[in-house]
Write a protein that binds this ligand. Sequence first.
Ligand SMILES: C[S@@+](CC[C@H](N)C(=O)[O-])C[C@H]1O[C@@H](n2cnc3c(N)ncnc32)[C@H](O)[C@@H]1O
Length: 255
Amino acid sequence: MSDDRRAIQKEFERVADLFAERTKGRFDDLDAVTFSRVRPGSLVAEVGAGTGNFLTLFSNVTGRLLAIDLTPAMLEVARRKHEGIEVLAADGAKLPIASRSIDLVATAQALHHIHEPVPVISEMGRVAKEDGNVLIVDQVCTESYENAAIMNELEVIRDPTHAATRPASAFRIMVQKAGLEIVDERLWEGRARFSEWMWRGEFPEERIVATLSFIEKFGDATGMNWEREGDDWTYTRRRLMILAARSRAPGKISV
Ligand SMILES: C[S@@+](CC[C@H](N)C(=O)[O-])C[C@H]1O[C@@H](n2cnc3c(N)ncnc32)[C@H](O)[C@@H]1O
């Protein structure tokens, strides 16, 4: 296994127990289930499913839920919290799953941990049924290169396993490179709190101090609109949802 994957496992093993609690409800405003056009009884899988907070949004409409993740400790929490969820410890770039077998293949808040996302998106496309879809949800930065560079510096201080927060335009290119076509996309923006982004207890105190110090010095250059609020800070969080399907254009790679 590569060093970056081992580092991800170590980081998520450390946070597994608190992660589900801290991130509870963070997808509530996205309306991802309607956006995904998922049909009743479908098999839905998520790559980088972690503790299952996103995947279980689909529990009222679907037949089976399959949580796939690199970190067994995260899947263990998913299994404990969500009765009936199936789990599979695997790397998203090499899914031990038959081609064209899953109705909806999703990923949420995982691609920014992955240095090379195109092979993962290609695998998601490979395992999606002929009439199935791929759903990508991830945080995005602004389209300014300077904002992106400083925001990513900040994210690496917060979590050294962070790979890259990318602009929406990069996701469109990655989806196309993976041999898929965009069916629909939606950008969501909302305000969030620093204290919810970095829970005391989940993150080492020295990382919290270093992240706050960076925000004070360079927050204005991140494009995240940091604002002080008493002892806390608030910022703009942006998430992109892309629904994609196998490309039908001639000459495109068929997986
Ligand atoms: C921030 S968590 C998101 C969990 C869940 N999707 C959610 O939003 O609640 C990212 C997850 O991606 C997983 N991950 C990172 N790289 C991966 C890879 N190459 N293949 C599968 N899972 C991966 C991590 O182990 C972690 O559980």
